[in-house]
Write a protein that binds this ligand. Structure first.
Ligand code: HEM
Length: 456
């Protein structure tokens, strides 16, 4: 095996550096070793690839390079042993297929108005003239949207219970009480509800009770017109032609919930950051949205070309996930001139590919126009990953991001409370701004303005 060059420091030390400042770490590695480098984790090589040629191989050479579920075993307490992330092979393919139907473009169109309404509801609760944290505020919006899309719930006791519980559970999952035991499994001790891990297990049991009650109600009173993911899964058949069991259905939800709430909230928070650092871009976007007139149809919003370019540039400059989920070399392969033996692990580096100056001149500059001037291939621009694990929520995520942004930019005047450059910080698989982004709500437009908005 001839491996790409890389640092000789211990993997735990490099991991700490990466967690503390992922941008700096990856930029330094790139500067020193180029866009393919190796980090040794004991005797296992972790190969980071950050260029289109390598990405293409990782996403398309699915016989020699496998997206094995066991590589994500650390996430099992979060997303379940039968969640998409832990599955591979035929089961993974068939479960993804079941999910792709309700998360498809045509089905999600039905949620357009609700997404706009939820955005307005959450934004209207913010105090005028006082600061707020954008990231948890966007999480409130994206949690409601994902509950709607996954469960078809938007009112009622069970909806309120689920919303409250999931908010608690997902925030607790990002706390040191869970993050540390996830890295050190011997700490995963359920010593009752008042112990740190026991409380986490207790919250999951509450989730199970709610979802099983909902599944049981729907099995008894099916609604053939329902479009949501849960309703479709209840009548779906698995790879052997049998109806999915309640447990199989339940296990598909945690990874969708985490992706649905946190990845989308990360992307929208970065959007608010960039658009309020770059007022000309914000005004150009506001003008494009306002040209649609008052109360535009959600579908006309999502088709706006400049809005699309802005969203792409947001996902390029700081992708919500800096790296793909890992892949493993199953049988000897050649990756960009390096002969890799079985067992080597490959990690697609989305951030470094998106920072390649040959593809994206002045890559640190936020410039949406680059997406109007050039079409990028799926191996040059890949905020949703690719191949067998490509994000199943992509259509929903882009639809939601555009509608939430359009609503906020056209109706709410916000400003950043400080001018320092924000840094991404890992939280689970996502990289929201380290500060969670402090902003102030300066004004709310009752109607869409026809003139340039005044900033506060
Ligand atoms: C802007 C928002 C989002 C971004 C940028 C994003 C990005 C990604 C990326 C980069 C991956 C890894 C792909 C790979 O390893 O090749 C992924 C996987 C995944 N995402 Fe998303 N995501 C977003 C929103 C969502 C939403 C809304 C959902 C749920 C509806 C979701 C659910 C998932 C799941 C379940 C996986 C794992 C797929 C599998 O293992 O087969 N994501 N996402």
């Amino acid at each position: 095996m001839n491996l790409p060059q890389g640092p000789k420091l211990p993997a735990w030390w490099l991991r700490m550096q990466f967690t503390a400042d992922p941008l700096r770490f990856l930029d330094q590695m790139n500067l020193r070793y180029g866009d393919i480098f190796t980090i040794m984790s004991e005797s296992t090589p972790l190969i980071f690839v950050g260029n289109p040629q390598g990405m293409k191989q990782v996403f398309t050479n699915t016989t020699e390079i496998i997206a094995a579920g066991e590589l994500n075993a650390e996430s099992a307490p979060l997303v379940g042993k039968n969640g998409l992330l832990l599955l591979d092979g035929i089961r993974h393919r068939s479960r993804r297929k079941l999910l792709m139907s309700p998360l498809h473009g045509n089905k999600i169109r039905a949620y357009g108005q609700q997404i706009c309404d939820v955005t307005e509801k959450v934004m209207n609760q913010l105090p005028l003239g006082k600061s707020f944290l954008a990231y948890p505020t966007m999480q409130k919006i994206t949690l409601e949207v994902i509950l709607n899309t996954l469960f078809g719930l938007h009112t009622g006791d069970r909806y309120e219970q689920l919303k409250h519980l999931l908010n608690n559970l997902m925030n607790y999952a990002r706390s040191p009480f869970v993050e540390i035991p996830l890295s050190f499994p011997f700490l995963q001790q359920d010593l009752g509800r008042w112990s740190p891990w026991g409380y986490f297990r207790y919250l999951w049991r509450q989730f199970d009770q709610l979802i099983y009650a909902e599944i049981s109600d729907r099995r008894q009173q099916p609604n053939p017109n329902a479009n949501d993911v849960l309703s479709e899964l209840i009548f779906a058949r698995n790879e052997t032609g049998e109806l999915l069991t309640n447990e199989e259905i339940r296990d598909l939800f945690p990874s969708l919930l985490f992706g649905g709430r946190d990845a989308s909230a990360t992307a929208i928070t970065w959007a608010l950051y960039w658009l309020h650092r770059e007022p000309q871009i914000r005004e150009k976007l506001r003008q494009e949205i306002n040209n649609l007139g008052e109360s535009p149809n959600p579908m006309s919003i999502v088709e706006l070309p400049y809005l699309n370019a802005v969203c792409n540039e947001i996902l390029r400059i700081y992708p919500t996930q800096f790296v793909t989920f890992p892949r493993i070399v199953e049988s000897a392969t050649n990756l960009m001139g390096y002969n890799l033996s079985p067992g080597a692990i490959i990690i697609g580096c989305i951030y470094l590919t998106h920072q390649n100056p040959e593809l994206y001149p002045q890559p640190q500059q936020f410039r949406p126009d680059r997406f109007l001037e050039k079409q990028y291939s799926p191996y040059e621009f890949m905020p949703f990953g690719g191949g067998t694990r490509r994000c199943p929520g992509e259509a929903l995520a882009m639809f939601e991001m555009k509608l939430v942004l359009a609503k906020i930019i056209s109706r709410y005047q916000l400003s950043l409370t400080h001018t320092q450059r924000e840094k991404p910080q890992p939280q689970g698989a996502n990289y929201p701004p380290a500060s969670k982004l402090k902003m102030v709500l300066c004004n709310i437009q009752q109607h869409q303005p026809t003139q340039e908005a005044v900033s506060c």
